[in-house]
Design a binder for this molecule. Structure first.
Ligand SMILES: C[S@@+](CC[C@H](N)C(=O)[O-])C[C@H]1O[C@@H](n2cnc3c(N)ncnc32)[C@H](O)[C@@H]1O
Length: 430
């Protein structure tokens, strides 16, 4: 055990140094350990990063009580302390199980003996420490959703969401896909809601990208909420679709499944790198009805109309904290303003052009953000600004997710109910 703690501390030190440039999810691909030890180190890393605020607060209090200055410890020792504190607070680790061998073992053990779960004086502090979220995030949400929902949301974002795989409904049936996955050692079952396309995975034998289904382009790993977004478009064969923020193309591929290779998808993205990844993915799935364009959806000029538009907007990704808990610490409050500005520009640019087209067009807007500013508030602003020409299309959202925070602007997938990422979606008609 002790060596696992030390290894985890080593990788924690490396990760914290690079946290501004790389996500924890990506970082873990580079962990050079094999087998079960790798799994244990990965779990410790995720747990410690997830609960960093609570851990650091507990450590500061304990070091004061132990009369030890944390700055006398090396980075490696401090991170070992973080790992041990995580184990004590969240893994029921007993003090007697701890054997540290470093130059400062005595100091470390002294601090550890004073570790207690920290509590806060105000509601915001209490929630911030209990669930280990930045105070500004709690402040943002506390007056927007009721306390019970907020606590369930914070708690569920501390857990890994369930994984799903979406099948190419034209080339394989759910039963065939389940049989293939189960043969490869997975525990796969048909999703209860999205029966035609979604397979829920509860036991893994390897990464889903190593399965026969994925390698043959018959199925793609997804979050269930992404399927909900595409379902809301109610795609029928032959439609012409604009995918305004498309890369790396997961939803484009789902749309292609529903189009059965007919029609056309005009896929735009501002990032050449992400489009490169998308091209590879489209090739794997042998998809030929997608036209890729590297462009800015805030400025793009539409030369013709479409049947449907998907705006899967860039956002804070705060609904994905369960997949990569470092998002909690990388996000800054001003990023909500930044993203809601970009989101508004994209939606307005597209609406202003579609208004002048002859046909009515359905726009599905979605983000994987838990903040209302990027979602409900944004829809409210759009409805106010374009009240004569834009309306919410509740019919297309029927049966998808649950009511949004205010029950009138769209739908949400809640991780504590749907066990997927946190996601908002709405459908509007222009
Ligand atoms: C949430 S991701 C899209 C995910 C994608 N729809 C999928 O299902 O795989 C948002 C995308 O918007 C792109 N983006 C950001 N700003 C943009 C802009 N102004 N115009 C077009 N794309 C933009 C990002 O590069 C990113 O790929």
């Amino acid at each position: 055990m002790a060596s696992t703690d030390k290894l985890a501390a080593k990788y924690l030190s490396l990760f914290l140094k690079s946290m501004n440039h790389v996500s924890l999810k990506k970082f873990t691909y580079h962990i050079r350990i094999k087998g079960r030890k790798r799994h244990r180190v990965q779990k410790l890393l995720f747990g410690t990063i997830n609960y960093l605020l609570t851990i650091d607060t507990a450590l500061r209090t304990a070091s004061k009580k132990a009369n030890v200055n944390l700055s006398n410890l090396s980075t490696m020792e401090l991170n070992l302390l973080r790992i041990l504190t995580y184990r004590i607070l969240f893994n029921n680790y007993e003090l007697s199980q701890i054997r540290t061998k470093t130059n400062n073992s005595k100091l470390i053990n002294k601090i550890i003996s004073h570790i207690n779960f920290p509590t806060g004086d105000t509601d915001i502090d209490r929630l911030a420490l209990r669930y280990s979220f930045p105070r500004w995030m709690i402040k943002n949400l506390i007056n927007r959703i009721d306390n019970n929902t907020l606590e369930l949301l914070l708690d569920s974002l501390n857990k890994r969401p369930t994984k799903w795989i979406a099948i190419n409904i034209n080339r394989i049936s759910p039963d065939e896909a389940i049989e293939s996955l189960n043969k490869e050692g997975f525990n796969a079952e048909q999703d209860e809601e999205f029966k035609d396309i979604a397979i829920k995975i509860s036991k893994f034998s390897k990464p889903l990208t190593k399965t026969n289904l994925y390698k043959k382009g018959l199925a793609i790993p997804v979050s269930k909420a992404s399927i909900g977004v595409v379902k809301a478009l109610k795609i029928t064969s032959g439609e012409i679709i604009l995918d305004a923020c498309a890369a790396p193309g997961v939803k484009t591929i789902l749309m292609n499944f529903y189009l059965n290779d007919s029609g056309k998808i005009y896929a735009i993205d501002i990032s050449p790198n992400r489009l490169k990844r998308m091209r590879t993915l489209l090739k794997l799935f042998n998809i030929n009805n997608v036209i890729l364009t590297n462009a800015d959806a805030r400025k793009i000029k539409l030369e013709k109309s479409f049947d449907k538009v998907l705006i899967d907007a860039p956002c804070t990704s705060s609904g994905m904290i369960g997949l990569s808990p470092d998002i909690k610490w990388r996000l800054k409050p001003e990023m909500i303003n930044y993203f809601s500005g970009v989101q508004l520009s994209i939606v307005e640019n597209i609406i202003q052009q579609l208004v002048n087209m002859e046909n009515k067009v359905q726009i599905v807007y979605s983000t994987c953000s838990i903040f209302p500013q990027e979602n409900e508030d944004l829809v409210k602003r759009i409805l106010n600004a374009y009240e004569d020409v834009v309306s919410i299309d509740g019919k297309s959202l029927y049966g998808i997710g649950l009511a949004d925070y205010y029950g009138k602007f769209g739908k949400r997938f809640y991780p504590f109910i749907h066990h997927t990422i946190g996601l908002f979606l709405t459908s509007i008609i222009v």
